[in-house]
Design a protein. Structure first.
Length: 346
């Protein structure tokens, strides 16, 4: 929404401007009646105009705060229409009664028929404008309020889903690390000790730094590097490389956005016959962040390996919720390696 539209909308719905809206209405009615010709002798004419202003204000507020909320907003348009017709009939009766009893105070004692008809038409035109305008404004206010409520509920729902997805990723990662440490306790206690020490650093990041909605990309890269170092301690025939290009300082991303790809790369590149590797590449080009993760394929299970899993499903959903159409993700493979390319507009 443009700035001008937001400003105009706020004039009608901003609670802080409510007193000014009422004052503007009162001023408009005062101006309208002050411009009219004197129908009655002074000071009766002033009293009549004040009474008419009060009458129209009561009519307007009764329509806005009683009829519209109780009937129109409750899905009863027929009841609202009949109530407005009844209200107009009552106004006609009151107007006729007042007109009859105020005859002695008229400037011109007897009006001819055309003048009386003209006066009644003017009266009911004002009446119609007040009812129609007040109803339209009230409907507009309600529509904006409903729209804001829907947006707020949608945002809360999205935030809850994002938090749930992030919480699903965290235990998934922790379970894998603890399982690795458990195996090493029996096969290589010294390495198991190193794994647990490095794992404490990762958990510190997980518990404290990643609790925010956004973290620095440099912190996320450091976390991924620690994770890969942890894997290197566990596996002798494993190598990795983390590369950066462009100015990444100050760039913020959601926490644990890349760990799923790296974790899958590590998990599925185990090869007892040859060394395996994972290469990670980050680059910033203009307003685009590019993340590339490449891992070697184990020769024996290359034809049976299945990509995906809960972690990948979660991260795809997170990307959709966070970035909508402002990202692209591709997963490809050849005979030697798998690669993931993620591009995000920042």
């Amino acid at each position: 929404m443009s700035a001008n539209k937001k400003y105009i909308t706020s004039l009608f719905i901003d609670p802080r401007l409510k007193p000014f809206r009422h004052l503007a209405l009162l001023f408009s009615l005062l101006l309208l009646f002050s411009l009219g010709e004197d129908v009655y002798v002074s000071p009766m004419d002033d009293y009549v105009k004040i009474g008419a202003i009060v009458f129209f204000l009561l009519l307007l507020y009764f329509n806005v705060y009683v009829l519209v909320p109780l009937l129109l907003f409750k899905g009863k348009p027929n009841g609202y229409f009949l109530s407005v017709v009844l209200l107009i009939v009552i106004c006609f009766c009151i107007s006729s009664f007042a007109n009859e009893h105020l005859k002695p105070y008229r400037v011109v004692p007897d009006y001819n028929a055309p003048e009386l008809i003209k006066g009644f038409i003017g009266f009911f035109f004002i009446l119609f404008v007040i009812i129609a305008a007040s109803t339209s404004i009230r409907l507009f206010q309600q529509r904006i309020a409903d729209h804001e409520q829907i947006n707020a509920l949608g945002k809360l729902s999205m935030e809850a889903e994002l938090e749930q997805l992030k919480n699903q990723i965290n235990p998934h990662f922790l379970f894998n690390m603890l399982n690795n440490a458990n195996v090493l306790v029996y096969t290589n206690p010294d390495k198991a000790s190193q794994v647990l020490h490095k794992l404490s650093d990762l958990l510190r990041y997980q518990l404290y730094d990643s609790a925010r909605d956004k973290v620095l990309l440099t912190g996320e890269i450091h976390f991924l590097t620690d994770f890969l170092n942890l894997e290197k301690v566990r596996r002798d025939n494993f190598n990795f490389r983390v590369s950066k290009e462009g100015d990444i300082s100050g760039i913020q991303v959601p926490p644990f956005l890349f760990i799923t790809f790296v974790e899958n790369a590590v998990k599925h590149n185990l090869d007892p016959e040859k060394a395996s590797y994972v290469d990670i590449f980050f680059s910033i080009v203009e307003n685009e962040l590019q993340f590339v993760c490449i891992n070697s394929k184990p020769s024996r299970i290359a034809k049976t390996r299945k990509t995906g899993g809960l972690g990948l499903i979660n991260v795809k959903r997170r990307l959709q919720l966070l970035y909508g159409d402002s990202y692209s993700l591709s997963v490809n493979q050849d005979e030697q390696q798998y690669n993931v390319i993620l591009r995000i507009n920042i």
